[in-house]
Design a protein around this ligand. Structure first.
Ligand code: PEP
Ligand code: MG
Length: 599
């Protein structure tokens, strides 16, 4: 373990949530976010028309600014990321949102700044109730747009002008927006520190793609950090040092060199991975947004093994997303992945609180109308998604994965619909691919394990969703902290189910993937390979370590260990065996605490 940074008497050490890994240092640059100034609480009826015009001017100005920012994004981040600014433009064009603002001015005689902010607050209140962090994070885009409109209503002009400093900077603020980031040359930004900011917010994704360490959830930003303060940010551990001591700065240099050495060692590893005795194992990435594919390939992914398409639907909270919007997302994904496989899972809106889908799914969405059931219940929804994927296939190696399959019947029905859509697309567009699109079934419902032979007969591949498979097989809620000790992949029932999937798929001569969280942990990756799996898909940041560990393992040895493990009937026996026979695998992957604190 590298030298740990020590605490400094004069400096401050703040702790938050790690969002984007890596370490960086620079001078603090505060992104100020003043509370919106309401110039007028109420208007007189005679003033309303003029204020509506002022609102219109501010909207136009905001749109023009976004066009300029998008251009700057294209220059700095590349075309594939600049579309994120389109998300802001879409908010500016959202008629429901704009009508709400206008009605507050016209009917309630609110001052326009107040009208914008109150309408925003009403939408934010809905976002805050959402249980899914991905959708909750969309609220920050809305807030950023609202701040822009309000700034353009006042005399203060656009929120931020181009910054001229040439020093390395750490951007600090209650929340950092995309346009804040776009105000600086990207190479100059060495870290992001904020009070708010989610794992799946756009800014986090950009930070990960561009290797900018980021920490959020830092409550003490206010009053503890001033523009110009020296800072060190550890985005892997969620630690921030303000005014570090000379010793800490030296330690930082050691950590930085160590990190650069490690990342060049691991990330240079773009070879396909195989075990020490030559068994080839493809390591792929799970992603939620097409941009993450760039990160994944930089980390050595050999394809996208699971693209969760739920986010595609986030652009539209009140109904299904437009076909054209879906198409452009899948096209971008196809272009980024090229000949490498990209497996798109069709909509699996479950416990997530998307207002439209929650309404469709009704009560008990986890065990209710979700995944493939929702798709078959609303064939138009499914056909639109399939049509977008099939059409985007022109540009890359896209495949379809069907979630929550519980019987071969569902698979057969869905395949017929997909085939029909393929015929339609080729008639309309003349696109005649060499073979039909590959369609796979997720194995995450226990009944699918039992009728696997039948499923394999109708599938081009299967993919184990271990998160749900464990949840449903063991009747343990995957999101419960209380039950987490029971959520155990080493339970004999889980080992037997997983081994059965690998065996039955191989007997049916179709590939079997594992795309649940277990694949990312070296111990489980080892066991899965021993069972026969040759395709593991995981969180992109786990890829370098898993690839390294695969090269160290011996497949024949893992196979033998699986044979022994499958004989045990209790969890205890399995765990004792693992502890005794595989000590080096057992401890891997556990966090060792902050690098900045001496224990
Ligand atoms: C799973 O269930 O393991 C899986 C990969 O899908 P999700 O986590 O999206 O349910
Ligand atoms: Mg699942």
């Amino acid at each position: 373990m590298v030298e740990q940074l020590q605490r400094n008497e004069s400096g401050r050490r703040l702790v938050g949530t790690p969002l984007s890994p890596g370490i960086g240092a620079g001078r603090a640059y505060r992104i100020e976010q003043h509370a919106p100034d309401f110039h007028r609480l109420y208007l007189s009826p005679a003033e309303a028309p003029r204020e509506l015009e002022r609102l219109q001017e501010a909207l136009t100005k905001s749109r023009e600014q976004l066009v300029r920012i998008k251009k700057r994004f294209e220059q700095q981040l590349g075309k594939e990321h600049s579309y994120i600014i389109d998300a802001h433009r879409l908010i500016l064009e959202d008629q429901e949102f704009l009508d709400q603002i206008r009605s507050k001015i016209r009917d309630h005689l609110y001052g326009p700044e107040r009208a914008v902010w109150e309408a925003t607050e009403e939408w934010l209140a809905v976002y805050r109730t959402l249980t899914d962090p991905f959708f909750r994070d969309r609220g920050s885009d809305l807030e950023e747009v609202a701040r822009r409109i309000v700034a353009n209503l006042g005399e203060s002009g656009p929120p931020r002008q181009e910054e001229q400093s040439s020093e390395d900077l750490i951007l600090v603020g209650p929340e950092i927006g995309l346009s804040d980031l776009a105000s600086f040359p990207l190479a100059q930004v060495k870290g992001l520190v904020s009070t708010r900011g989610g794992q799946t917010s756009h800014i986090t994704i950009i930070a990960r793609v561009h290797r900018i360490p980021a920490v959020s959830g830092v409550q003490e930003v206010e009053g503890n950090i001033r523009t110009g303060d020296e800072m060190i940010v550890d985005g892997s551990e969620g630690v921030v040092l303000v005014q570090p001591s000379a010793g800490e700065r030296r330690d930082f240099q050691v950590l930085l060199r160590e990190e650069q050495r490690r990342s060049s060692e691991l990330e240079g590893d773009f070879r396909p991975s195989s075990t020490a005795d030559g068994r080839v194992v493809s390591v792929l990435a799970n992603t939620d947004m097409e941009d993450e594919a760039t990160v994944a390939f930089g980390l050595g992914a050999e394809g996208i093994g699971l693209f969760r398409s739920e986010f595609v639907y986030m652009g539209e909270m009140s109904g299904p997303v437009r076909f054209e919007d879906q198409l452009s997302i899948y096209r971008r994904l196809a272009r980024l992945t090229g000949p490498r496989p990209a497996v798109i899972r069709t909509l699996d809106m479950g416990t997530e609180d998307h207002p439209y889908f929650t309404r469709l799914a009704g009560e008990g969405p986890v065990l209710g109308l979700r995944g493939i059931r929702l798709s078959l219940d609303r064939p138009q929804l499914f056909r639109d998604q399939a049509r977008a994927i099939v059409s985007a296939r022109r540009e890359g190696n896209l495949r379809i994965l069907l979630p929550m399959i519980s019987s071969a019947d569902e698979l057969v029905t869905a395949r017929e619909l997909i085939r029909d859509v393929e015929r339609e697309v080729s008639e309309k567009t003349g696109f005649e691919p060499e073979s039909p699109i590959q369609v796979g079934a997720m194995i995450e419902v226990p009944s699918a394990v039992l009728v696997l032979d039948g499923i394999c007969r109708h599938a081009d591949f299967v993919s184990v969703g271990s998160n749900d498979l464990i949840q449903f097989t063991l009747a343990v809620d995957r999101s419960s902290d209380l039950l987490s000790p029971l959520f155990n992949p080493l339970h004999p029932a889980i080992l037997k189910s997983l081994e059965r999937v690998a065996r039955v798929a191989s007997r049916n001569r179709i590939p079997a993937y594992v795309c649940g969280e277990v694949a990312a942990q070296p111990l489980y990756a080892y066991l899965l390979i021993g069972m026969g799996f040759q395709r593991l898909s995981m969180n992109p940041f786990a890829i370098p370590t898993v690839k390294k560990r695969i090269r160290e393992m011996v497949y024949e040895e893992a196979r033998e260990r699986i044979r022994e493990l499958l004989r045990f009937s209790t969890i205890q026996e399995v765990e004792q065996y693992v502890k005794r026979e595989m000590p080096s695998w057992e401890t891997v992957g556990q966090r060792s605490g902050s690098r900045f604190v001496k224990s």
